[in-house]
Design a protein around this ligand. Structure first.
Ligand code: NAP
Length: 222
């Protein structure tokens, strides 16, 4: 797949690197320095380049949206026409000072994003894992037991693409349902952040839903 990274920070930089190493074509975009994007592309050691958000969007099978909520409008404007594109978003709708969710309960960041780009297909994924865990999960991807990663969205084809990208990182994708379920996954992310950054075990934290006791197939896995 050709994957465009919109926001090449902690999340976008790491996920883009992993996808390049997993064999995808990756375009890193949107950082404050072009040097950083070029360094990421070089160090990814795969088929990766640095470009503008519009380069990242052009011909992309999937776009990862990984910017602070306050930068979403700007990066989307720079990306240009995203009609028909799959946008996998890990961006949380945090207030400017990062103290709380700016959207919650009756809507979610993912739904607000889908309203901004009604012709794109938004999938919410990756927000429920701290960036610090990604390389470890990728290195352990051949182990039998994988950590879970929930995702949700309204478009079946885009959810399939997101599930493949989740699997390529080394997680077991768990389909949580339609995009409105991001109302529950986004606050769950704050719990993960609390455990990762305020807990005793450090930020290399992942989770796994076990279904053995109630039957192996009771979780909706892709
Ligand atoms: N980090 C996590 O573990 C985590 C976990 C769950 C969800 N999330 C969510 O994922 C999203 C991304 O988080 P992150 O931690 O990856 O953020 P981040 O490290 O700050 O990355 C954001 C990217 O946007 C770029 N950027 C910011 N302002 C810009 C501007 N004015 N012009 C051009 N580029 C600009 C940054 O550039 P520079 O590279 O130059 O700084 C960086 O590459 C957020 O919505 C966050 O809530 C993060």
């Amino acid at each position: 797949m050709r994957v465009g990274i919109l926001g090449s920070g902690l999340m976008g930089g790491k996920l883009g690197t992993i996808w390049a190493r997993a064999g995808h074509e990756v375009v890193f975009s949107y950082a404050r320095s072009e040097q950083k994007l070029k360094r990421l592309a070089r160090e990814a050691q795969g088929n990766a380049t640095a470009g503008t958000p519009s380069d990242a969007a052009r011909g992309a099978d999937a776009l990862l949206l990984a910017v602070h909520w306050s930068r979403v409008d700007d990066v989307l404007k720079q990306a240009g026409d995203v009609s028909g594109k799959t946008i996998v978003s890990c961006s949380l709708p945090m207030t400017v000072d990062d103290s709380d969710l700016a959207i919650a309960h009756t809507s979610s960041g993912a739904e607000a994003l889908a309203k901004k780009v009604p012709k794109a297909r938004v999938v919410s994924a990756f927000g429920t894992a701290p960036s610090e865990v990604f390389f470890g999960v990728f290195e352990a991807r051949r182990k039998k037991v994988r950590p879970s990663l929930v995702y949700c969205g309204d478009d079946a084809k885009s959810k399939k693409i997101a599930a493949e990208l989740i699997r390529d990182v080394g997680f077991d994708p768990v389909d949580a349902g339609p995009l409105r379920i991001a109302r529950y996954t986004e606050p769950f992310t704050l719990l993960i952040a609390q455990l990762a950054y305020e807990g005793d075990e450090g930020p290399e934290l992942a989770y796994r839903f076990e279904s053995d006791s109630v039957g192996r197939d009771s979780l909706a896995r892709c």
